[in-house]
Write a protein that binds this ligand. Sequence first.
Ligand code: ADP
Ligand code: MG
Length: 230
Amino acid sequence: MSRSATPSRADEVRAVLTNYVSGMTAQSIVRAAIHQVGVPESTFERVGLDIEILNEMRRSIALYVADEAKKAACFERLTSLLPPRSSLRHLPPGRHASHELSKAIDVIIQDENGIVDARTRARSFAADVGFRSTDQYKLATAVSELARNIFRYAEKGKISFGATSPRKGMFIIAKDDGPGILDVSKVLSETYRSTTGLGRGLQGCKKLMDEFNVETAPGRGTTVTLRKFL
Ligand SMILES: Nc1ncnc2c1ncn2[C@@H]1O[C@H](COP(=O)(O)OP(=O)(O)O)[C@@H](O)[C@H]1O
Ligand SMILES: [Mg+2]
């Protein structure tokens, strides 16, 4: 936490939250959101809210604040703390330098860090391609869904993403040599309900993207290919 005389932007966020939840809960709402988005804590302390962090917080607030009016008021006050042109694009990218767009990026998925890393890098790559904040969020969400599936069902795999051409956009390929999806038509059917994840599984990914393809067979691994255009 900042010890300076003037409150940091992060302190302002915590101060708003503590009008609605306990100090401890406020702290854990903040922690969970920045962890989920994959922004370093030091960056959050300095820069404060970003639209993606705010969206994560919104989910927690919905859990902790039962009263609808209070929930709305809390969210409104937090929204007022957003910087004018809010996007992760304007946050320092932390460990990741700006990308050379011609190069595809590979992220190995074998633990929780890999998932957060893939999400963060996809988000910043999307910004470099020229996607607006909401689309950056969609691309990052799709990447984290696929990364979670790899980790959960195949243990290990790889997410690659890069720029498409000639039509400007971004592709995402999630590949693993795990058990494969036993009944892929079932998990893609209208009646299947994913219970995990932000983007609600493979069907959620499909909705967030322009193109979606799954290649899988029992024992033959899974490759999911997504594309989204500007
Ligand atoms: N990479 C994968 N390898 C093996 N099975 C997978 C993989 N991804 C998804 N699945 C299977 O497809 C199902 C649907 O996935 P998804 O739509 O992400 O929903 P959820 O993960 O919430 O069950 C999973 O429950 C799992 O059985
Ligand atoms: Mg899933």
